[in-house]
Design a protein around this ligand. Structure first.
Ligand code: ADP
Length: 438
């Protein structure tokens, strides 16, 4: 790209004019006025022909698409074409740069996890990304150029858009999918233009609900035994002299049971919280599976106190790679559930098996069993099939949630097979990588 100085342009115009004038003066001096006028006339005609030809070239070039290279011009016209060509080229470069930047921006907006809709005049949709299509059930192929309030007709959204008060986002439910909650924020820019940003907060909302339920459940679980203990104490204070020693011992025993229950609940809550949020415990110890099962068996015998027939089945030994403390807690949780949900006279089997598929610890009973409808929810915190029965037997509703966490931390799975009135089989399965056979 050559930028010639303006003096060059002046010189290019002045040189032929001065030459013609000098030649005409010389012709006038030596050949008379007619020769001078003739020379000037020839000069004008030659100039008209040259300029006419170049003007035609200029017009033809102007009709070509932008970016067509500058044509060759004669004399000064060469510089003119060159100057115009250079200017076009610079503008083309700026445009290309701008459209590449716009393209990148659009790609980023397309890939955004949030929905984006640009609104032009009269709230007409000018552009939207796929996430906005999903959030509001829109279709880019047919909904562009349509006013947004014609498509999202929820009154709260229409009122929010019309309010021009966008400091706070709007939380709304998706019309088509009632389980989807959206947080919508409008941003006004460039006069009457607006950008609608949407975010799916269903998961956040679910977590918030779980947190609220959890707090309510814990408060409820603690309030019941606290009320009982408080009641006993008040009764004793009011009528200490009216009760016999046996009555007092009876009250205090009941109060102590409730206090144990609260203690168990708090311990299980702490265990659960450590499993969920605490630093991961050492889960690479070599745990002797048979020794662990036998230990759980002894504890179960104590718990059952002769009310059940107990059987221990061992099919292979080996070591289980994991946390001995956590595995002990999960194994004994399943065993104590079997004792608590199997009426006296029932049969409980505790077993360990090693195969090519890994290791399996199971507890089988012929107790009350569980309706299949409840099985998917058993590992939820505080979920019980029969709240009263769980309480009577000292349950907290947290045992299976803890077992589930532990088995997942050991890359295993919990399987529950049960039939109402017939009995249950709870099994923890560990992958081969966690089991070292003898
Ligand atoms: P809980 O402290 O109430 O026993 P868990 O989380 O250990 O809490 O168990 C959740 C629920 O699963 C229990 O309330 C009970 O209804 C059911 N359940 C667990 N194990 C058994 C079993 N072996 N037989 C029948 N029902 C069981």
């Amino acid at each position: 790209m050559i930028n010639r100085p303006l003096s060059y342009v002046t010189f290019s115009v002045a040189a032929p004019v001065i030459s013609v004038i000098v030649l005409a003066l010389l012709a006038g001096l030596y050949r008379g006025i007619d020769a001078a006028l003739g020379l000037i006339g020839v000069g004008f005609i030659a100039a008209a022909i040259i300029h006419g030809r170049n003007l035609r070239v200029l017009v033809a070039w102007a009709r070509q698409p932008i970016g067509t290279p500058a044509p060759q011009g004669e004399g000064l016209w060469g510089s003119v074409f060159e100057e115009i060509g250079n200017r076009f080229q610079r503008e083309c470069e700026v445009k290309e740069r701008l459209s590449a930047e716009l393209g990148r921006f659009q790609q980023a907006a397309l890939a955004m996890p949030d929905g984006v809709i640009y609104l032009g005049e009269d709230e007409v949709i000018e552009w939207m990304n796929p996430m906005a299509e999903q959030h509001f059930d829109l279709d880019r192929r047919k909904d562009l150029r349509t006013p947004l309030p014609n498509l999202i007709r929820q009154p709260e959204f229409i009122a929010y858009l019309a309010s021009c008060e966008y400091a706070e986002p709007l939380v709304m439910r998706s019309l088509r999918r009632r389980d989807r909650t959206l947080q919508v924020q409008v941003i006004a820019f460039a006069g009457s233009r607006r950008m609608v940003l949407s975010r799916d907060i269903s998961q956040l909302e679910r977590l918030e609900n779980m947190r609220r339920d959890f707090v309510a459940n814990v408060s409820h679980e603690l309030r019941t035994p606290l009320t009982v203990v408080g009641g006993f104490l008040e009764t004793l204070i009011d009528g200490m002299d009216d009760f016999s020693r046996e009555d007092i011992v009876h009250f205090l025993t009941l109060a102590s049971e409730q206090s144990n229950r609260m203690q168990r609940l708090i311990e299980e809550l702490l265990t659960l919280s450590a499993l969920e949020t605490g630093a991961p415990a050492q889960i690479d110890e070599e745990v002797d599976a048979v020794a662990l099962v036998e230990e759980v068996m002894r504890e179960t015998e104590l718990l059952s106190a002769g009310r059940h027939t107990l059987q221990c089945v061992l099919e292979g030994g080996g070591a289980l790679r994991g946390s001995s403390k956590e595995l002990h807690s999960a194994f004994s949780n399943l065993a104590s559930n079997a004792v608590r949900y199997t009426p006296a006279g029932g049969h409980i089997e505790i077993g360990w098996r090693v195969s090519d598929e890994g290791g399996e610890y199971w507890v089988k009973d012929d107790g009350i069993g569980i309706d299949p409808a409840h099985i998917p929810r058993l590992t939820e915190r505080f979920y019980r099939v029969d709240r009263g029965r769980s309480r009577e037997t000292g349950g907290t509703g947290l045992g299976l949630a803890i077992v589930k966490h532990i088995v997942t931390r050991h890359q295993g799975e919990l399987r529950v097979d049960s039939e109402l009135g017939k009995g249950s089989r709870f099994a923890m399965r560990f992958p081969p990588a966690r089991v070292r056979p003898d």
